[in-house]
Design a protein around this ligand. Structure first.
Ligand code: HXC
Length: 262
């Protein structure tokens, strides 16, 4: 059932790695509501699949995603947006998916595309990737967390500049400013390195990986004292896992840990 979707493709390119490829090439992967619905369905099925341990989210070489679908938004009214909770379902990605998501960004990642990338846990990109929040040019503002996540990533002054001018920034800048973890010289290298990292993560204990994602995300929500305390509680809890025993025994015996995810 690899091609049950119209606007995305799903695959398992490496053991334990689930990949979602946005696939609406004629519209540069513009994120229409039907596309987001499919994305949510695919991510939820990866979340529920016992064999999937990390998730790779990507688009094409030309576009990760050129934004929310402007043609869909053009006739929208306040009442309809409000009553339908327009864009709210995008948050499923951050609230429902506990497995790590790595975004591989090449080409355009604009507006909602930039926001979708920033919802991922790690961004890898090409140096020439084209990030930006150009909503101001359309008479709107970022609506899927861009004003919050970009500001946390680059600080207030730079975020204000980017959001108020709508100017885009390169993958090279994204890496320098901390929006992206790494920027690569070619599309091929981007995809290979993203797969490698996804595979590395997929090789660790599911329990530890999920806990690590949870505590890092907590840092974005709470103050330092509460965050450190939260981390310590989760850290303590991991001594109740079998994988902690397995991991430390393997270290002592100079062997390879065979995780049981318990
Ligand atoms: C709908 C889009 C689209 C979008 C591109 N297309 N972006 N359709 N929504 N966001 C369509 C074009 O209309 C065109 O369709 C086709 O994709 C190819 O695009 P071109 O413009 O011909 O390509 P190019 O000249 O290479 O320019 C690429 C581009 C440009 C710079 C990315 O397409 C662009 O500026 N797109 C809009 C970017 C943007 O403003 N994004 C933010 C949207 S607001 P046809 O049928 O003409 O071939 C947003 C709100 C977020 O995201 C808030 C909530 C999530």
């Amino acid at each position: 059932s690899e091609n049950q979707y119209e606007f995305i493709q799903v695959s398992e390119p490496r053991p334990g790695v689930g990949q979602v490829t946005l696939n609406r090439p004629k519209a540069l992967n513009a994120l229409s509501t039907p596309l987001i619905t499919e994305l949510n369905t695919a991510l939820l099925s990866f979340q529920q699949s016992p064999s999937i341990r990390s998730i790779l989210l990507t688009g094409s070489e030309r576009a990760f995603a050129a934004g929310a679908d402007i043609k869909e938004m053009a006739p929208l009214t306040f009442s309809k947006a409000y009553l339908d909770s327009f864009i709210e379902s995008w948050s499923n990605l951050t609230s429902t998916i506990k497995k790590p998501i790595i975004a591989a960004v090449s080409g355009h990642a604009l507006g909602g595309g930039c926001e979708l990338a920033m919802m991922a846990d790690i961004i890898y990109c090409t140096k020439t990737a084209n990030f930006g929040q150009p909503e101001i040019k359309l008479g709107i503002i970022p609506g899927a967390g861009g004003s919050q996540r970009l500001t946390r990533a680059v600080g207030k002054s730079k975020a204000m500049e980017l959001i108020l001018t709508g100017k885009s920034f390169s993958g090279e800048e994204a890496e320098r400013w901390g929006v992206a973890a790494r920027a690569f010289g070619s599309y091929e290298e981007l995809m290979e390195q993203t797969l490698k990292t996804a595979e590395t993560i997929a090789g660790y204990s599911k329990v530890a990986v999920q806990a690590a994602k949870e505590v890092v995300n907590k840092s974005q929500e709470v103050g330092l004292r509460d965050g450190v305390e939260y981390e310590r509680r989760v850290f303590h809890a991991l001594f109740g896992s079998q994988d902690q025993k397995i991991g430390m025994k393997a270290f002592a015996e100079k062997g390879k840990a065979q995780w049981v995810d318990e």
